[in-house]
Design a protein. Structure first.
Length: 362
Protein backbone atom coordinates (compact mmCIF):
# COMPACT_ATOMS: atom_id res chain seq x y z
CA UNK A 1 0.00 0.00 0.00
CA UNK A 2 1.43 3.37 -0.97
CA UNK A 3 2.01 5.91 1.76
CA UNK A 4 0.52 8.70 -0.32
CA UNK A 5 -2.83 9.14 -1.99
CA UNK A 6 -2.28 10.54 -5.48
CA UNK A 7 -5.18 12.64 -6.57
CA UNK A 8 -6.69 12.89 -10.03
CA UNK A 9 -8.47 16.08 -11.04
CA UNK A 10 -11.63 16.06 -13.12
CA UNK A 11 -10.75 17.09 -16.70
CA UNK A 12 -12.73 20.31 -16.70
CA UNK A 13 -10.81 21.59 -13.69
CA UNK A 14 -7.96 22.71 -15.97
CA UNK A 15 -10.44 24.99 -17.70
CA UNK A 16 -12.99 26.03 -15.07
CA UNK A 17 -11.28 25.48 -11.74
CA UNK A 18 -13.88 22.95 -10.57
CA UNK A 19 -12.28 19.89 -8.99
CA UNK A 20 -13.18 16.36 -8.01
CA UNK A 21 -10.50 13.97 -6.82
CA UNK A 22 -9.88 10.29 -6.20
CA UNK A 23 -7.02 7.84 -5.88
CA UNK A 24 -4.99 7.96 -9.09
CA UNK A 25 -4.08 4.29 -8.73
CA UNK A 26 -7.76 3.24 -8.94
CA UNK A 27 -8.74 2.03 -12.42
CA UNK A 28 -12.31 2.36 -13.72
CA UNK A 29 -14.48 -0.75 -13.78
CA UNK A 30 -15.31 -0.17 -17.46
CA UNK A 31 -13.11 0.28 -20.54
CA UNK A 32 -13.45 3.66 -22.36
CA UNK A 33 -11.66 2.46 -25.52
CA UNK A 34 -14.83 2.53 -27.72
CA UNK A 35 -15.40 6.16 -26.70
CA UNK A 36 -11.78 7.06 -27.44
CA UNK A 37 -12.11 5.49 -30.89
CA UNK A 38 -15.02 7.73 -31.91
CA UNK A 39 -12.92 10.81 -31.16
CA UNK A 40 -9.66 9.36 -32.51
CA UNK A 41 -11.14 8.33 -35.85
CA UNK A 42 -13.19 11.41 -36.63
CA UNK A 43 -11.29 12.24 -39.87
CA UNK A 44 -11.19 8.72 -41.31
CA UNK A 45 -14.39 8.97 -43.38
CA UNK A 46 -13.24 12.32 -44.80
CA UNK A 47 -9.92 10.81 -45.94
CA UNK A 48 -11.72 7.94 -47.63
CA UNK A 49 -14.19 10.32 -49.28
CA UNK A 50 -11.34 12.50 -50.53
CA UNK A 51 -9.59 9.48 -52.07
CA UNK A 52 -12.81 8.36 -53.80
CA UNK A 53 -14.38 11.59 -55.07
CA UNK A 54 -11.41 13.93 -55.53
CA UNK A 55 -8.56 11.56 -56.40
CA UNK A 56 -10.47 8.56 -57.85
CA UNK A 57 -7.55 6.61 -56.41
CA UNK A 58 -9.18 3.22 -56.16
CA UNK A 59 -10.45 3.05 -59.75
CA UNK A 60 -6.88 3.69 -60.91
CA UNK A 61 -5.37 1.25 -58.42
CA UNK A 62 -7.85 -1.46 -59.43
CA UNK A 63 -6.27 -1.51 -62.87
CA UNK A 64 -2.67 -1.98 -61.73
CA UNK A 65 -0.68 -2.21 -58.46
CA UNK A 66 1.47 0.80 -57.63
CA UNK A 67 4.14 1.95 -55.20
CA UNK A 68 3.63 4.83 -52.80
CA UNK A 69 5.85 6.99 -54.99
CA UNK A 70 3.76 6.18 -58.06
CA UNK A 71 0.53 6.89 -56.16
CA UNK A 72 1.88 10.28 -55.10
CA UNK A 73 2.91 11.11 -58.66
CA UNK A 74 -0.37 9.97 -60.22
CA UNK A 75 -2.62 11.74 -57.70
CA UNK A 76 -0.44 14.81 -57.15
CA UNK A 77 -0.23 14.27 -53.39
CA UNK A 78 2.55 14.29 -50.80
CA UNK A 79 4.16 11.23 -49.26
CA UNK A 80 3.23 11.78 -45.59
CA UNK A 81 -0.58 12.03 -46.09
CA UNK A 82 -0.39 9.41 -48.86
CA UNK A 83 1.26 6.98 -46.44
CA UNK A 84 -1.55 7.58 -43.95
CA UNK A 85 -4.21 7.11 -46.63
CA UNK A 86 -2.74 3.82 -47.84
CA UNK A 87 -2.39 2.53 -44.28
CA UNK A 88 -6.08 3.36 -43.75
CA UNK A 89 -6.93 1.50 -46.98
CA UNK A 90 -4.90 -1.53 -45.86
CA UNK A 91 -6.54 -1.58 -42.43
CA UNK A 92 -9.99 -1.55 -44.05
CA UNK A 93 -9.23 -4.36 -46.48
CA UNK A 94 -9.32 -2.15 -49.59
CA UNK A 95 -5.73 -2.76 -50.62
CA UNK A 96 -2.96 -5.22 -49.84
CA UNK A 97 0.68 -4.35 -49.40
CA UNK A 98 3.15 -6.62 -51.20
CA UNK A 99 6.70 -5.44 -50.75
CA UNK A 100 6.67 -1.78 -51.78
CA UNK A 101 3.51 -2.04 -53.91
CA UNK A 102 -0.20 -1.74 -53.17
CA UNK A 103 -2.83 -3.76 -55.01
CA UNK A 104 -6.61 -3.48 -54.91
CA UNK A 105 -8.60 -6.21 -53.17
CA UNK A 106 -11.87 -7.66 -54.42
CA UNK A 107 -13.72 -5.37 -52.00
CA UNK A 108 -12.03 -2.38 -53.59
CA UNK A 109 -12.55 -3.50 -57.20
CA UNK A 110 -16.22 -4.36 -56.73
CA UNK A 111 -17.30 -1.36 -54.67
CA UNK A 112 -14.86 1.47 -55.40
CA UNK A 113 -13.98 0.75 -59.02
CA UNK A 114 -15.70 3.25 -61.27
CA UNK A 115 -16.91 0.65 -63.80
CA UNK A 116 -18.31 -1.86 -61.30
CA UNK A 117 -22.11 -2.30 -61.15
CA UNK A 118 -21.78 -2.20 -57.34
CA UNK A 119 -19.67 0.96 -57.28
CA UNK A 120 -20.33 3.20 -54.26
CA UNK A 121 -18.68 6.28 -55.72
CA UNK A 122 -22.00 8.16 -56.11
CA UNK A 123 -22.76 7.44 -52.45
CA UNK A 124 -19.59 9.24 -51.44
CA UNK A 125 -19.97 11.97 -54.08
CA UNK A 126 -22.43 13.80 -51.84
CA UNK A 127 -19.47 14.48 -49.51
CA UNK A 128 -17.39 16.16 -52.23
CA UNK A 129 -18.02 19.70 -50.97
CA UNK A 130 -17.95 18.86 -47.27
CA UNK A 131 -15.55 21.42 -45.70
CA UNK A 132 -13.42 18.83 -43.91
CA UNK A 133 -13.09 16.77 -47.11
CA UNK A 134 -11.84 19.88 -48.90
CA UNK A 135 -9.41 20.53 -46.06
CA UNK A 136 -8.15 16.95 -46.33
CA UNK A 137 -7.58 17.48 -50.06
CA UNK A 138 -5.45 20.54 -49.24
CA UNK A 139 -3.42 18.50 -46.76
CA UNK A 140 -2.96 15.84 -49.44
CA UNK A 141 -1.87 18.35 -52.07
CA UNK A 142 0.46 20.42 -49.86
CA UNK A 143 1.69 17.90 -47.30
CA UNK A 144 1.14 20.53 -44.62
CA UNK A 145 -1.27 20.29 -41.66
CA UNK A 146 -4.53 22.16 -41.93
CA UNK A 147 -6.08 24.54 -39.44
CA UNK A 148 -7.19 23.29 -36.06
CA UNK A 149 -10.98 23.66 -35.91
CA UNK A 150 -11.00 26.33 -33.24
CA UNK A 151 -10.88 30.07 -32.73
CA UNK A 152 -7.27 29.88 -33.94
CA UNK A 153 -8.45 29.50 -37.53
CA UNK A 154 -5.22 30.91 -38.93
CA UNK A 155 -2.94 28.47 -37.09
CA UNK A 156 -2.22 24.78 -37.20
CA UNK A 157 -2.11 22.86 -33.93
CA UNK A 158 1.52 23.74 -33.20
CA UNK A 159 0.86 27.45 -33.66
CA UNK A 160 -2.46 27.34 -31.80
CA UNK A 161 -0.72 25.92 -28.70
CA UNK A 162 1.06 29.27 -28.23
CA UNK A 163 -2.29 30.77 -27.20
CA UNK A 164 -2.91 30.32 -23.47
CA UNK A 165 -6.66 29.92 -23.98
CA UNK A 166 -6.26 27.23 -26.63
CA UNK A 167 -3.42 25.55 -24.73
CA UNK A 168 -5.58 25.29 -21.61
CA UNK A 169 -8.48 23.80 -23.56
CA UNK A 170 -6.33 21.32 -25.47
CA UNK A 171 -4.29 20.33 -22.41
CA UNK A 172 -7.54 19.62 -20.54
CA UNK A 173 -8.65 17.35 -23.39
CA UNK A 174 -5.38 15.41 -23.29
CA UNK A 175 -5.39 15.33 -19.49
CA UNK A 176 -8.79 13.65 -19.18
CA UNK A 177 -7.91 10.78 -21.50
CA UNK A 178 -4.47 10.60 -19.89
CA UNK A 179 -5.95 9.51 -16.57
CA UNK A 180 -6.94 6.10 -17.98
CA UNK A 181 -4.08 5.86 -20.48
CA UNK A 182 -1.54 6.84 -17.85
CA UNK A 183 -2.88 4.29 -15.40
CA UNK A 184 -2.62 1.55 -18.04
CA UNK A 185 0.93 2.60 -18.89
CA UNK A 186 1.88 2.55 -15.22
CA UNK A 187 0.41 -0.93 -14.86
CA UNK A 188 2.60 -2.38 -17.60
CA UNK A 189 5.86 -0.44 -17.25
CA UNK A 190 8.47 -1.87 -14.89
CA UNK A 191 10.35 1.01 -13.26
CA UNK A 192 11.90 -1.04 -10.47
CA UNK A 193 15.13 0.58 -9.37
CA UNK A 194 14.49 3.75 -11.37
CA UNK A 195 14.65 7.00 -9.43
CA UNK A 196 14.01 10.00 -11.71
CA UNK A 197 11.76 10.29 -14.74
CA UNK A 198 11.85 13.08 -17.32
CA UNK A 199 8.46 13.52 -19.00
CA UNK A 200 9.40 15.26 -22.26
CA UNK A 201 6.56 17.31 -23.71
CA UNK A 202 4.51 16.05 -20.77
CA UNK A 203 1.47 18.32 -21.10
CA UNK A 204 -0.45 18.56 -17.83
CA UNK A 205 1.92 16.04 -16.22
CA UNK A 206 -0.78 13.37 -16.02
CA UNK A 207 1.55 10.57 -17.18
CA UNK A 208 4.24 11.59 -14.72
CA UNK A 209 1.57 11.68 -12.00
CA UNK A 210 0.29 8.20 -12.85
CA UNK A 211 3.79 6.75 -12.88
CA UNK A 212 4.71 8.48 -9.63
CA UNK A 213 1.51 7.21 -7.99
CA UNK A 214 2.35 3.64 -9.02
CA UNK A 215 6.05 3.85 -8.07
CA UNK A 216 6.53 5.10 -4.53
CA UNK A 217 10.21 6.01 -4.81
CA UNK A 218 10.01 7.73 -8.19
CA UNK A 219 10.50 11.47 -8.65
CA UNK A 220 9.73 13.20 -11.93
CA UNK A 221 10.25 16.33 -13.99
CA UNK A 222 7.79 17.54 -16.61
CA UNK A 223 9.62 19.35 -19.41
CA UNK A 224 7.21 21.63 -21.28
CA UNK A 225 7.00 24.90 -23.17
CA UNK A 226 5.14 27.92 -21.92
CA UNK A 227 2.17 28.35 -21.46
CA UNK A 228 1.62 24.61 -20.90
CA UNK A 229 4.29 24.50 -18.20
CA UNK A 230 2.24 26.79 -15.95
CA UNK A 231 -0.87 24.70 -16.57
CA UNK A 232 1.10 21.59 -15.57
CA UNK A 233 2.32 23.20 -12.34
CA UNK A 234 -1.26 23.92 -11.32
CA UNK A 235 -2.54 20.44 -12.23
CA UNK A 236 0.30 18.68 -10.40
CA UNK A 237 -0.28 20.82 -7.32
CA UNK A 238 -4.02 20.01 -7.36
CA UNK A 239 -3.08 16.32 -7.49
CA UNK A 240 -0.91 16.88 -4.41
CA UNK A 241 2.19 15.53 -6.14
CA UNK A 242 4.19 18.75 -6.38
CA UNK A 243 6.53 17.46 -3.64
CA UNK A 244 7.67 14.71 -6.05
CA UNK A 245 7.10 16.23 -9.49
CA UNK A 246 8.55 19.53 -10.70
CA UNK A 247 8.06 21.43 -13.95
CA UNK A 248 10.94 22.81 -16.00
CA UNK A 249 9.99 25.03 -18.92
CA UNK A 250 11.89 24.59 -22.15
CA UNK A 251 11.72 23.69 -25.83
CA UNK A 252 12.29 19.96 -26.31
CA UNK A 253 14.06 20.58 -29.63
CA UNK A 254 16.20 23.58 -28.73
CA UNK A 255 16.94 23.38 -25.03
CA UNK A 256 19.09 20.93 -23.08
CA UNK A 257 17.21 18.32 -21.09
CA UNK A 258 17.55 18.42 -17.29
CA UNK A 259 20.33 16.16 -15.97
CA UNK A 260 20.23 13.19 -13.59
CA UNK A 261 17.18 11.38 -14.95
CA UNK A 262 17.44 7.64 -15.63
CA UNK A 263 14.10 7.36 -17.49
CA UNK A 264 12.85 9.49 -20.38
CA UNK A 265 9.17 9.37 -21.30
CA UNK A 266 7.82 10.56 -24.65
CA UNK A 267 4.09 9.98 -24.32
CA UNK A 268 1.93 10.95 -27.29
CA UNK A 269 4.75 13.17 -28.53
CA UNK A 270 6.47 11.44 -31.45
CA UNK A 271 3.26 11.15 -33.47
CA UNK A 272 3.05 14.95 -33.69
CA UNK A 273 6.26 15.13 -35.77
CA UNK A 274 7.71 13.88 -39.03
CA UNK A 275 10.45 11.24 -38.97
CA UNK A 276 13.43 13.69 -39.06
CA UNK A 277 12.09 15.38 -35.91
CA UNK A 278 11.39 12.00 -34.31
CA UNK A 279 15.04 11.12 -34.83
CA UNK A 280 16.15 14.44 -33.32
CA UNK A 281 14.10 13.82 -30.17
CA UNK A 282 15.30 10.24 -29.73
CA UNK A 283 18.92 11.23 -30.36
CA UNK A 284 18.65 14.00 -27.76
CA UNK A 285 17.23 11.48 -25.31
CA UNK A 286 20.05 9.03 -26.03
CA UNK A 287 22.70 11.70 -25.54
CA UNK A 288 21.11 12.90 -22.27
CA UNK A 289 20.49 9.55 -20.59
CA UNK A 290 23.16 7.87 -18.46
CA UNK A 291 24.45 4.40 -19.31
CA UNK A 292 21.69 1.95 -18.44
CA UNK A 293 19.02 4.64 -18.86
CA UNK A 294 15.62 3.84 -20.34
CA UNK A 295 13.57 5.64 -22.98
CA UNK A 296 9.83 4.98 -23.19
CA UNK A 297 7.79 5.97 -26.24
CA UNK A 298 4.08 5.69 -25.47
CA UNK A 299 1.86 6.08 -28.52
CA UNK A 300 -0.71 4.61 -30.84
CA UNK A 301 1.61 2.38 -32.89
CA UNK A 302 0.81 0.57 -36.11
CA UNK A 303 1.84 -3.06 -36.40
CA UNK A 304 5.06 -4.24 -38.03
CA UNK A 305 3.81 -4.13 -41.65
CA UNK A 306 1.52 -1.11 -41.11
CA UNK A 307 -1.60 -3.04 -42.11
CA UNK A 308 -3.41 -1.98 -38.93
CA UNK A 309 -4.85 -1.97 -36.37
CA UNK A 310 -7.79 -0.17 -37.91
CA UNK A 311 -8.33 2.13 -34.92
CA UNK A 312 -4.72 3.31 -35.07
CA UNK A 313 -4.87 3.80 -38.85
CA UNK A 314 -7.98 5.95 -38.34
CA UNK A 315 -6.32 8.01 -35.61
CA UNK A 316 -3.41 8.67 -37.96
CA UNK A 317 -5.77 10.61 -40.25
CA UNK A 318 -6.39 13.11 -37.45
CA UNK A 319 -2.69 13.50 -36.77
CA UNK A 320 -1.65 14.05 -40.37
CA UNK A 321 -4.45 16.60 -40.80
CA UNK A 322 -3.57 18.82 -37.82
CA UNK A 323 0.07 18.11 -36.91
CA UNK A 324 3.34 17.52 -38.72
CA UNK A 325 3.29 13.80 -37.85
CA UNK A 326 1.31 10.57 -38.13
CA UNK A 327 1.10 7.19 -36.40
CA UNK A 328 4.26 5.16 -36.85
CA UNK A 329 4.78 1.46 -37.23
CA UNK A 330 6.63 -0.46 -34.54
CA UNK A 331 9.37 -1.28 -37.06
CA UNK A 332 9.79 2.40 -37.98
CA UNK A 333 10.38 3.46 -34.37
CA UNK A 334 12.63 0.48 -33.69
CA UNK A 335 14.78 1.45 -36.68
CA UNK A 336 15.15 5.03 -35.45
CA UNK A 337 15.89 3.96 -31.88
CA UNK A 338 18.55 1.52 -32.95
CA UNK A 339 19.90 4.02 -35.44
CA UNK A 340 20.69 6.56 -32.71
CA UNK A 341 22.28 3.89 -30.50
CA UNK A 342 19.55 2.40 -28.28
CA UNK A 343 19.47 -1.37 -27.70
CA UNK A 344 17.05 -3.94 -26.26
CA UNK A 345 14.02 -2.44 -28.02
CA UNK A 346 10.80 -3.99 -26.73
CA UNK A 347 7.10 -3.26 -27.20
CA UNK A 348 4.03 -4.00 -25.08
CA UNK A 349 0.37 -2.99 -25.24
CA UNK A 350 -1.08 -0.74 -22.56
CA UNK A 351 -4.72 0.32 -23.14
CA UNK A 352 -6.99 2.38 -25.35
CA UNK A 353 -5.25 1.13 -28.52
CA UNK A 354 -1.96 2.49 -27.14
CA UNK A 355 1.28 0.68 -26.52
CA UNK A 356 4.79 1.44 -25.33
CA UNK A 357 8.18 0.86 -26.90
CA UNK A 358 11.12 0.82 -24.50
CA UNK A 359 14.84 0.86 -25.25
CA UNK A 360 18.03 1.04 -23.22
CA UNK A 361 21.09 3.22 -23.51
CA UNK A 362 24.13 0.92 -23.35
Amino acid sequence: MLDIVALVVAPWSLVSGEMASFDLTELPKSDPTPLLRYRDGIYAADFLACAIVHLDLFSWLAASPASLEEICEHCGIHERPADVLMTLACANGLVERGGDRFSATELCREHLGRDSPWALGPYYASLEDRPVVKEVLTVMRTGKPGNWESEMAEADWHGAMESEEFARMFTAAMDCRGVFLGQKLAGGLDLSGRTRLLDIGGGSGIYACCLAAANEGLRATVFEKTPVGKIAESAISERELNHRIEVVEGDMFRDAYPDDHDVHLLSNVLHDWDLPEVEILLRKSYNSLPSGGLVVAHETFLNEDKSGPRAVAEYSTVLVAITQGRCYGIAEIREVMEGVGFTDVEQFETGGDRSAITAARP
